[in-house]
Design a protein around this ligand. Structure first.
Ligand code: ZN
Length: 138
């Protein structure tokens, strides 16, 4: 008999913002600025080359669970057609990306499944160190 997974297993969330051409790259850069000035999040490195696990250029935003209720609906309204993967960070990165994920836009295939273990014990990667200084409320 299956049992539900507790919300307590979610340490934090990632939003991966993807872009496939110069037009989308410009939108992704603008979205990055908009997010930085509005939300307490950890903005990740910009990747013009595919770094996986999905086959598209992207950057990542990491955020604590208390940001979800504002940031996620804000992304729904402001993603400008960009594809975004939203996933929880639990002790199972493979399930987080393949089963627990929420997509806005396209669903991109995984190209490097070996990057996604199905169990981790060290959750330090899921800890958030915010690097934004928001000064706008919306
Ligand atoms: Zn991620």
């Amino acid at each position: 008999m299956a049992t539900p997974v507790s919300l307590r297993s979610i340490a934090s969330y990632h939003a991966h913002i993807y872009f496939k051409d110069q037009g989308e790259r410009d939108k992704a850069a603008l979205l990055r600025e908009w997010i930085s000035s509005r939300f307490v999040v950890q903005i990740g490195n910009w990747h013009d080359k595919t770094v996986g696990p999905h086959d598209r250029a992207m950057y990542q935003i990491a955020f604590d669970t208390d940001q979800f209720a504002r940031l996620v609906p804000w992304l729904m309204l402001n993603r400008m057609g960009l594809t975004i993967l939203l996933h929880p960070n639990t002790k199972n990165p493979r399930a987080d990306h393949l089963t627990h994920a929420l997509w806005m836009g396209e669903i991109l295939p995984i190209i490097r499944p070996e990057q996604l273990p199905d169990a981790v014990t060290d959750m330090r990667d899921a800890e958030i160190s915010p690097n934004t200084a928001p000064h706008l409320t919306e």
